[in-house]
Design a protein around this ligand. Structure first.
Ligand SMILES: *Cc1c(COP(=O)(O)O)cnc(C)c1O
Length: 363
């Protein structure tokens, strides 16, 4: 089989050794002679799996005891609605930082439940995109929380500093950076992420929520039970049937990450991968990334080619070298390399080698 490197933005790469293990266990899981998909989510086998998964998540991310972890469905986008519905009374509002595509989608959804105070964070100076430092964001004193997306998966723009808003509740979409670097959970009220970027297949959403934000008696009667954090927490995330196969595969990925050396190890590799790619772009005469150094994404690296009509040739030739799914999002065009935890450094080395030889053909 030809060696393939998969730069898909999501759903994305899963470590091969995890897939091989899943293949091996598909019809005979835990020596039980059935698959993990065919058993009740309330059986002791499956409850053990979920408990171990949660425990590994707590260890890897250093989650304080005062936070609960909830497993939901519907992806990050469902949380765009669930968050205001759970946290806001009818007459309350929230701050929303507008950083890029996903921040904006969260704002559009929040508008159904409140009048969000939209914070425009972006500055463009000499064609370079800067995001205002967090301490310059103008929050509304009355707002209940500040929401932002810490890594804009489509534009490759990130907030790399930790939030520091004193008493304001911070709600962050970490879908594309969860488990890629160390974070201080105590600075957040809610962190949420869909799993299909750094953790496993799609179908599962992880919510890490400070205990006091699980509101006992919800203000909004119309809040669906399946989105109600109190109901989800009271039922150990088993109010309705969870996506059992996603949970299983994600649990294998967390064990893989632990074996490798956890966040500290993977972050070192992630940083190396990103540095290698950004320095190749910055040192080239044809590749351009216009995000300020401080706001560059660790996991989604975007670039354009400053010659007309050759991006499609680049993509085609890349595929011939086994470098797949490098096409940028349709709203932006260009090239995007998504390099989540499962992407080995060899993938970046192969990409960089290809980029250098491609450049030679065009200068
Ligand atoms: C992928 C992504 C989403 C959308 O996730 P769904 O699971 O499709 O709802 C939202 N936010 C960010 C930052 C993402 O990367």
């Amino acid at each position: 089989m030809k060696k393939i490197f998969n730069f898909s933005p999501g759903p994305s790469m899963i470590p091969r050794e995890v897939l091989l293990q899943a293949q091996n266990e598909l019809i005979n899981w835990n020596n039980l002679n059935f698959s993990v998909m065919e058993i009740s989510h309330r059986s002791k086998y499956f409850i053990n799996l979920v408990e171990e998964f949660e425990n590994n998540l707590r260890i890897l991310m250093n989650v304080p005891k005062t936070y609960k972890i909830l497993f939901c469905q519907g992806g990050a986008r469902t949380q765009f609605a669930a968050i205001p519905m759970n946290l806001l009374n009818y007459n309350q509002n929230a701050d929303y930082a507008n950083i890029g595509y996903w921040s904006y989608k969260a704002i559009e959804e929040a508008k159904k439940y409140c009048v969000p105070n939209i914070i425009n964070t972006k500055k463009i100076i000499n064609n370079i995109i800067y995001i205002k430092p967090i301490n310059e964001w103008l929050l509304n004193n009355e707002s209940v929380y500040i929401h932002y997306c810490a890594n804009e998966t489509i534009e490759g723009i990130a907030i790399n500093e930790e939030p520091n808003f004193k008493n304001k509740i911070v709600v962050a979409d970490l879908s594309s950076t969860i488990l890629t670097k160390k974070i201080d959970i105590s600075r957040y009220g809610i962190i949420y992420a869909s799993t299909q970027k750094n953790i496993g297949p799609s179908g599962l959403t992880i919510i890490i929520i400070r205990d006091d934000l699980i509101i006992k008696k919800n203000y909004r009667k119309e809040l669906p039970s399946v989105l109600n954090y109190k109901i989800i927490a009271d039922n150990n995330s088993m109010f309705n049937t969870p996506p059992t196969f996603s949970l299983y595969l994600s649990s294998l990925v967390l064990k893989w990450l632990k074996r490798k050396g956890g966040i500290k190890y993977i972050n070192k590799i992630n940083q190396k991968k990103a540095d290698l790619l950004y320095s190749t772009i910055d040192n080239s005469k044809i590749y351009i990334n216009n995000v300020s150094i401080k706001n560059r994404s660790l996991t989604n690296i975007i670039f354009n080619i400053n010659k007309k009509n050759i991006e499609n040739i680049f993509l085609k030739k890349a595929e011939n070298q086994g470098l797949y799914f490098l096409k940028g999002h349709s709203i932006l065009g260009g090239i995007r390399a998504s390099i989540y935890n499962a992407m080995p450094i060899e993938g970046i080395q192969t990409l960089v080698k290809f980029m250098n030889s491609f450049e030679k053909l065009y200068i």
